[in-house]
Design a protein around this ligand. Structure first.
Ligand code: SF4
Length: 79
């Protein structure tokens, strides 16, 4: 079975900077000086997909998602 590469994407308009995502997946997500999440690994290695899924699940704003890294729609919009 071929696995489609996945990418973590933050909806900057929805993100409230709680920090739960980078607390949940510190190897995948860091924070900037404002406390906003910064994705560190792209695409997500298959071995870390479950951690990435858990990070999306803890976001109370539903601002973090996993998308197909090969889709042109998966690019994070500029800040
Ligand atoms: S948990 Fe969600 S709202 Fe909080 S910093 Fe992460 S993406 Fe933003």
């Amino acid at each position: 079975m071929t696995t489609v590469p996945q990418r973590l994407v933050v909806d900057r308009g929805a993100c409230a900077g709680h920090g739960l995502c980078y607390g949940s997946a510190p190897d995948l997500i860091d924070s900037d000086e404002l406390g906003d999440p910064v994705i560190q690994v792209d695409p997500i290695p298959p071995s870390q997909l479950e951690t990435a899924r858990k990070a999306t699940a803890v976001c109370p704003e539903r601002a973090l998602s996993l998308t197909n890294a090969e889709s042109p729609d998966s690019e994070e919009p500029p800040r």
